[in-house]
Design a protein around this ligand. Structure first.
Ligand code: DX5
Ligand code: ZN
Length: 216
């Protein structure tokens, strides 16, 4: 069964504790960290992840949309992240490898993320050591954007690389997941779906989560 990871980017940050409780039926909690440089938006950082950790046992899936992420891996691990995703476009390959190594040393799950422009093959140098690959289906930076249908081919390509080189690796799809696109992402090979506006914009987030799980 596919996992659902609601993104708190679409939550009310003044009521984060109750907003997290509203999605407690989900599998993971997705936290979008943005630095205003790698993406044209600013969100939350290490202290907010640490606060969230004190208030929930949910699996914290932390998506780092920041330049040179290796600088902050230890801090996010100590703050209580369960999994960290670093973007392949955010630094040189040797520094991405350093970031993954730091996650390993902290016992935190390791993922790389791909902007829409990045080809599936870019995961090849890392795939055997990864717990997850994150494929973006919008340009990272903002919630509420439309799903990029052309990314279905990237999801399929990553799916076939995972099947070939590391079948246990999760494949997360992030951006524009809603009834209507969830099924397409699952069919293309996703095992984890991030959803911000489709969950927090729904009258009943618990129902929205269950619907997405069925691929609707
Ligand atoms: C965008 C973020 C996403 C965002 C998804 O840069 O990485 O996680 O919250 O929001 P929706 O589901 O509204 O597209
Ligand atoms: Zn995200």
């Amino acid at each position: 069964m596919v996992k659902i990871a609601p993104s708190i980017l679409s939550a009310d940050f003044c009521n984060l504790n109750s907003e997290i409780r509203r999605v407690s039926g989900a599998d993971w909690l997705h936290v979008d960290v943005m630095d205003g440089a790698f993406v044209p938006n600013l969100t939350v950082g290490v202290p907010v992840v640490a606060s969230i950790r004190r208030h929930t046992d949910m699996f914290l899936d932390v998506h780092l949309m920041i330049d040179k992420p290796a600088r902050y891996i230890d801090a996010f691990c100590k703050a209580g992240a369960d999994l960290l995703s670093v973007h392949l476009e955010a630094d040189h390959p040797a520094r991405i490898a350093d970031a993954l190594h730091a996650m390993e040393a902290n016992g935190v799950k390791k993922a790389v993320a791909l902007r829409p422009i990045t080809s599936a093959k870019a995961v090849l140098p890392y795939i055997e050591q990864l717990d997850m690959v994150l494929v973006m289906t919008v340009e990272p930076g903002f919630g509420g954007q439309a799903f990029m249908e052309q990314q279905l081919s990237t999801i399929r390509e990553v799916r076939s690389l995972i099947d070939r080189y590391h079948p246990g690796c999760e494949l997360e799809v992030d951006g524009g997941i809603a009834p209507g696109t969830a099924g397409k992402a699952i069919e293309a090979g996703a095992t984890v779906l991030v959803a911000g506006s489709a969950v927090y914009g729904a009258e009943n987030p618990a129902n929205a989560i269950e619907l997405l799980r069925t691929g609707r």
